[in-house]
Design a protein around this ligand. Sequence first.
Ligand code: SME
Length: 172
Amino acid sequence: MSFDPVATLDMSTPAAKRASYELLVAQVRSVLEGERDRLANMAQFAALVFQSVPELNWAGFYLAHGEELVVGPFQGKVACVRIPFARGVCGACARTREIQRVEDVHAFPGHIACDSASNAELVLPVVAGGRLVGVFDLDSPRTARFDADDAHGFAAAVAVLAAGTDWDLQNV
Ligand code: SME
């Protein structure tokens, strides 16, 4: 299959951003169509987001294994492998199952710095069949990169991924 996403989505105004997230969600549907394998879908999802969303330096998954997160498919620099639920922005998301939107990671108690270039972070829970499968983590070099519209847009994209994928729920 060949697929050419928009090189960089326009997020320069609130209206452009809303349209861009609608396009991103449509692209996620298109990229995942006909495939339910979790590794394949997470890898494609991370690549699509990293390729088309501006001002990111990391985008990828941490998967829940008991009370710990283990790094999964991602795009960006080599990252921390294991994160206990008790630690970091990702741990807070896994514990609460709520989106964590951090404007300045240096002001977040317990933030785990994997890349010194990161200044803002957005972490979304991935929930399927009522279980926390893992989290989708986004880092940006720009402080306050992520606003409520970004959180809303990514939540819609992650929901398409969660519903369109067979997760190994026995091992979560
Ligand atoms: N900053 C995250 C760790 C993961 S990296 O950003 C890829 C955290 O505090 O949980």
